[in-house]
Design a protein around this ligand. Structure first.
Ligand code: GUN
Ligand code: FE
Length: 435
């Protein structure tokens, strides 16, 4: 058993609805994990009183243990397009993203880049993610292989697209069915992995292909659906012109059975009240991608409108449109987006959307999302002193909420000293070697 005595913060499973009320902080806490799961979490004094030998624990009073981050929407093949200049969504896809994804036709590139992507997540404290690959089935294979080796809880799928993209990236309705079914058989529920049916967005799939995606979901009710929805005004108009029979953007998915409680729609910025209500009724979740939405000039999500309707929201980087793979930076960008909507996003809510809130939105909270005994031991040791400027600023913080707010607004992956996945040390910062 690994025993860590440190400052510890997470969200309790009770305290529903309010991240602020659920926030639990141990000024001097102890966490123990064994066999991949959390075995104990308590105040150090209470632990000593009931006879736990604290001498066996590693003592890190200056550090902060938190639950691993969950990234609810990210594109594994898009690291090479991060920071691509000058375009909004549809032109950005044409000019930068589709050509980059075409590189994955080469299996060697696909394999190497998938390994690199998983390592990059772990180095930023992201222990779970919901991931797009490319339309090449082998790219999904490679990502699942890398995640399986790392022991991560990861949900991913092969991208479905059979129109409106370069010929080399297009599959067909029938190939989508065949390749998805094979990947589901091989990877869904293998270890900690899960499969998401992944039509890129309505505009790049024929009606036949969307119907195939819907059939896959009916055949396997425990799969996820991930796609994009209402990200950019031109995209919304274009989608309406492609589907004149649909009432609105969400309806293009509803018509084909691509809705329901295990759906995660990225962006959802320009939705009508009717679309929001239907999403709420279906129990669908939103992946909030603030870095991407600012970088591509897509728009500002009204987080409050989703909250009011009880729609689950999970935070996401949406790399390569997002400019950082680090969820701390997503939180900082989320704060700025919410400020522009006159909603001062608190640190508790921001961290919640990247941990327990995301786990709930993705229906993974039985397994991950916080540090409750019994959950899988995906956790981070954060160390604000690894960044000298931040260290000075932290000296003026009065409580844990202020400290967390500094992490989300002023910090980045340099404060991630260690990442544990399933109780195993999966990343150790080179900056920590001098400690
Ligand atoms: N919509 C369809 N494909 C994509 C993508 O790769 N990135 C983003 N941000 N939006 C999309
Ligand atoms: Fe995306």
């Amino acid at each position: 058993q690994t025993l860590l005595r440190s400052r510890i913060v997470h969200f309790r499973d009770d305290g529903h609805g309010s991240p602020d009320a659920a926030l639990e902080y141990f000024e001097d806490g102890v966490i123990g994990f064994a066999d991949g799961h959390i075995a104990l979490l308590e105040d150090a004094r209470a632990a000593r009183a009931r006879g736990l030998d604290l001498a066996a624990a590693e003592h890190r009073p200056e550090a902060l243990v938190i639950s691993g981050f969950i990234d609810a929407h990210v594109h594994a093949p898009q690291l090479p397009v991060m920071g691509s200049y000058g375009e909004k969504l549809l032109d950005w896809l044409e000019k930068y993203t589709f050509p980059a994804e075409l590189q994955y036709a080469d299996e060697e590139i696909s394999r190497r880049q998938s390994d690199f992507f998983i390592d990059a997540l772990l180095a930023r404290g992201t222990t779970s993610a919901m991931v797009f690959t490319t339309s090449f089935a082998h790219s999904a294979e490679h990502l699942f292989e890398a995640a399986y080796r790392a022991g991560m809880r990861l949900v991913a799928g092969k991208v479905l697209m059979d129109r409106n993209a370069p010929a080399g990236l297009l599959d067909t309705a029938e190939r989508a069915r065949r390749e998805s079914a094979a990947l589901i058989g091989k990877w869904h529920n293998k270890g900690r992995l899960g499969y998401a049916v992944t039509p890129r967005f309505a505009g790049t799939s024929s009606r036949e292909q969307l119907a195939v995606a819907g059939q896959l979901l009916r055949d396997h009710p425990d799969l996820w659906l991930q796609t994009h929805l209402s990200e950019n005004p031109d995209e919304v108009k274009w989608t309406a012109s492609l589907f004149p029979e649909a009432r609105d953007y969400l309806h293009t998915y509803e018509m084909h059975g691509l809705h329901g409680g295990r759906s995660v729609y990225a962006h959802c910025i320009h939705l009508s009240d009717s679309e929001l209500e239907r999403m709420a009724d279906a129990g669908a979740a939103v992946a909030f991608c603030p870095s991407s939405n600012l970088f591509l000039g897509s728009g500002l999500l009204k987080l409050q409108k989703l909250r009011e309707r009880g729609i689950p929201v999970a935070l996401a980087t949406d790399v390569g449109a997002g400019t950082s793979l680090c969820q701390l930076q997503s939180m900082g960008e989320a704060y700025k987006v919410c400020q522009l909507g006159d909603y001062p996003l608190g640190a508790a809510e921001a961290f919640y959307m990247a941990t327990l809130g995301a786990a709930r939105a993705l229906h993974l909270d039985r397994h991950i999302g916080n540090l409750a005994p019994g959950k899988e031991a995906d956790l981070l040791l954060l160390n604000g002193t690894l960044n000298p400027l931040l260290r000075e600023r932290l000296r003026h913080c009065r409580d844990i909420r202020e400290e967390l707010f500094m992490y989300m607004t002023l910090a980045d992956e340099r404060i991630v000293e260690r990442t544990y996945v399933g109780g195993r040390l999966a990343y150790l910062s080179p900056l920590a070697e001098s400690l």
